[in-house]
Design a protein around this ligand. Structure first.
Ligand code: ADP
Length: 323
């Protein structure tokens, strides 16, 4: 192997596959570097490392790097609720599956560090993320969705004692992992509207947020709190999903509405945000989601319910392409 070939091979690891094969002519090495999604600091660091490595190759007097932005930058959609138990994690998992079925290159982060459940919902509990250069590499769920959860990293219940900066750092590790060609990261937020949530939103700047609520008034009051967290930080709300809306009888399929109907849609209207859809309280959704077999993988039934919501989210993102 010539030293140029040796350098070309090292370039792959050095740039995480972002560089083209280097060419050498009249002492000038030239190559293209895909810098999409990198911060200016990361960009400079990679370019400096290439330059240093390139100049060490005999016969190279100069290194020219053409920076391009081929990869689409990673965009984050936060799925949030004002309190726990409303189905935020169930929706995040099924939304990710439904978006993937629509052809979106989607990844999933379980930011619910105090009660991570995505490893179970996506049947990936047995998979352990690796790290390269201090960056985590997501695991693949059986449905082909790259994902990371605190549940992959620590024993259940361990993160419970974490507060403030420690929780924030753990979250940053998940979000700043090596997401490869993922274009859209669904982030299952920790429930509630405290400091951990606020600093996550400020630091990682989601392009938009999906708010989950149940039909009860109390949960809607919590939803209003979640909305104001995003408003404070200028993150647009994509819309509200009403979960556990009406009860689907497992025997006859008949719907009943113990909490009344239309409350969440009306509340969304009053708050001036789009209504993305309602998901019934159904034993099948609970059973299958909790067993790591998300119903969004189906073409019909509840699969269609989740797909309709995913289509609205995808359309919203399309309208914001480039933002
Ligand atoms: P959160 O993330 O808001 O705490 P989860 O997604 O963990 O809530 O849901 C709480 C429980 O409710 C889980 O057992 C889940 O399977 C169940 N669940 C969520 N949505 C539905 C639904 N539409 N129908 C039936 N059970 C549901």
């Amino acid at each position: 192997m010539t030293q140029l070939e040796d350098f070309a091979a090292r370039l792959k690891t050095l740039t995480d596959g972002r560089a083209s094969a280097p060419r050498l002519k009249d002492g000038v090495m030239s190559l293209a570097l895909d810098v999409a999604g990198l911060s200016p600091e990361q960009r400079d660091a990679v370019a400096a490392a290439i330059r240093e490595g390139g100049l060490a190759v005999p016969g190279v007097d100069d290194v020219r790097i053409a920076m391009t932005a081929e990869r689409k930058p990673l965009r984050i959609v936060a799925v949030a609720s004002g309190k726990g138990g409303v189905g935020k994690s169930t929706l995040s998992a099924n939304l990710a599956v439904a978006l993937r079925r629509l052809g979106v290159k989607v990844g999933l982060v379980d930011a619910d560090i105090y009660g991570p459940s995505q490893a179970r919902l996506m049947a990936s509990e047995d998979r352990k993320p690796q790290a390269r250069d201090k960056q985590l590499i997501p695991v693949q769920s059986p449905l082909g969705i790259p994902m990371l959860s605190m549940g992959h990293l620590v024993e259940p219940g361990k993160a419970l004692a974490w507060r403030g900066p420690m929780a924030g750092n753990a979250l940053a590790q998940l979000i700043e992992a090596d997401w490869g060609d993922v274009e859209l990261l669904i982030v299952d937020m920790p429930p509630g509207t405290g400091d951990v949530q606020l600093s996550m939103v400020q630091k990682h700047k989601p392009v938009g947020a999906v708010i989950v609520s149940t039909p009860q008034d109390l949960a809607l009051i919590d939803a209003v709190r979640a909305v104001s967290l995003f408003e404070q930080t200028q993150v647009p709300i994509i819309g509200l999903v009403e979960n556990m809306a009406g009860y689907a009888c497992p025997h006859c399929g008949e719907m009943s509405d113990p909490f009344g109907q239309g409350g969440a849609e009306a509340a969304a209207g009053e708050m001036g945000m789009p209504f993305l859809g309602r998901i019934p309280l159904a034993i099948d959704i609970r059973r299958r989601s909790d067993a790591g077999d998300p119903p969004a993988a189906d073409a019909d039934g509840y699969g269609a319910t989740f797909r309709a919501i995913a289509e609205k989210v995808a359309a919203w993102l399309e309208g914001r392409a480039g933002s």
